[in-house]
Design a protein. Structure first.
Lengths: 111, 111
């Protein structure tokens, strides 16, 4: 695999290896833009700590930030997750569930 | 999500965030057990360095090691990858490719 792709995967997996950052992405999963302060509010940590996590997500390309006046809004960008998925999917023959069953399983859990 | 699941995901994503560890898993992907020395041979680093990477993979449950006399053999264990996949799949509506197309795409690349 080409070097820059490897480096991008390093950043993606590393960014996902933290429960706060996964929680931030889960909150953005609804698809709507959220302000940094709205994202930070329910978290048991300081705003600067949340902003550091957002920096890591942004460096990995997992979120996009935009400034509107004094408000910074965040939006999910799932392209790096798709690349992570492409890497993981190579091992699917070792899994117990097929991709199709996995997708259906998650669909039923959402209801 | 339950705490221990979060900790397991932390370890999995963190273990995958390194090109050497991903390369080790890719070599084990053929499905056959490999000895530590066979795994280490093509890598541009010392045997102890490789063994540290194998420790990380083992702690994350991504490989299993077994001792036969003086040889330690490694085998892939993809269950943690399946859990990582289950986490990533929640974001599939943001991806450009459906799971089915993704699987087919990878199939054609292998040929």
């Amino acid at each position: 695999m080409v070097k820059y792709q490897e480096a991008a995967l390093d950043r993606t997996f590393s960014a996902l290896a933290d429960p706060t950052r996964r929680a931030l992405l889960a909150r953005l999963e609804a698809g709507e833009d959220m302000s940094v302060s709205d994202l930070a509010r329910p978290l048991p940590m300081s705003l600067p700590a949340v902003m550091k996590h957002l920096d890591v997500l942004s460096d990995a390309g997992l979120i996009q930030r935009a400034k509107n006046g004094r408000t910074v809004s965040c939006r999910i960008n799932a392209a790096p997750m798709e690349d992570a998925m492409k890497w993981l999917i190579q091992y699917q023959r070792f899994w117990t569930m097929s991709l199709e069953r996995l997708a259906k399983f998650l669909e039923t859990r959402k209801k």
